[in-house]
Design a protein around this ligand. Structure first.
Ligand SMILES: [Zn+2]
Ligand SMILES: [Zn+2]
Length: 271
């Protein structure tokens, strides 16, 4: 089994057209490919326009039929917490993500650049990473009441630039407790192990950090493995290493998307 449910294309900030992505997935023996364009959001320049979103829906549905004999295609969307999708039933599944933090009515992106992250940390949180983390995770936690959200996207995106504990210690017990409270609040959702920042050279390990993944395993929280792909050459980026990590914290299964919804499948079936 090979699956990726977090795929971007030229409809938002990806490099390749959906059909090019599908052809790569088929060549790389993927069984399931789900598209998750950035849903329309006025704060996010990388997101689709309303018109673009309508075209995206039409094209993915068309490709889903066209390639049905070769690969299972699903239509998803990555919804930001600042831009809820008005018609969730248009989609087979929804990834819910927090890409921004708010301060006195202003918004800044947590993953746009290291410079912007430093600005958020310095100007809004006086270089106190824990205060930053509290605000960020409070936002993520809002999704507990959002029934349309199936998968929580890149849980600890705020740590994108923290390779080598550059800004704070991943093991800081106060930080870990804030993140784990959020995992508890969202325990009925699926979480993704997301290798996107590895593909782009920012990190050597996926989101979430290993200690948070181990906590999810203890709490029997369901997961899936996604590459948050913006470039078809990175469709299965770090999948082998991430599967190893998922196994090493004790997971025995992950979820796959089927025409009857999400199902658990033994880890042994995955490559
Ligand atoms: Zn995202
Ligand atoms: Zn994404």
């Amino acid at each position: 089994m090979r699956q990726n449910l977090h795929t971007h294309s030229t409809y938002c900030d990806g490099k390749d057209q959906p059909e090019e992505m599908i052809q790569t997935a088929i060549a790389e023996k993927f069984d399931i490919l789900g598209f998750s364009g950035h849903g329309h959001c006025i704060y996010d320049d990388a997101s689709m326009s309303q018109q673009g979103q309508t075209k995206y829906i039409d094209e993915i549905r068309r490709l889903q039929k066209q390639y049905a004999d070769e690969i299972q295609i699903y239509l998803g969307i990555e919804q930001d917490i600042l831009g809820r999708v008005p018609n969730p039933r248009d989609f087979d599944y929804i990834i819910g993500s927090a890409h921004f933090v708010e301060h006195e009515g202003q918004f800044m992106s947590v993953d746009y650049s290291e410079e912007m992250m430093c600005k958020i940390l310095h100007e809004w949180f006086h270089d106190d990473f824990l205060e930053y983390a509290k605000t960020y995770y409070q936002n993520v936690r809002m999704m507990k009441d959002w029934d349309e959200v199936d998968i929580i996207g890149h849980l600890d995106l705020l740590t994108k630039y923290n390779e080598g504990n550059k800004y704070f210690d991943f093991e800081n017990p106060k930080y870990v407790s804030i993140a784990c409270d959020t995992i508890d609040a969202l325990a009925n959702k699926i979480f993704e192990v997301n290798t996107g920042a590895i593909a782009r050279g920012y990190r050597t390990s996926p989101y979430p950090y290993k200690n948070l993944l181990a906590y999810m395993q203890e709490k029997n929280i369901r997961i899936c493995l996604n590459s948050d792909c913006h470039d078809r050459t990175k469709l299965a980026c770090n999948f082998q290493e991430s599967l190893e990590m998922i196994r090493s914290v004790g997971y025995g299964s992950m979820v796959i998307l089927t025409s009857d919804g999400f199902k658990d499948l033994s880890l042994e079936a995955f490559q």
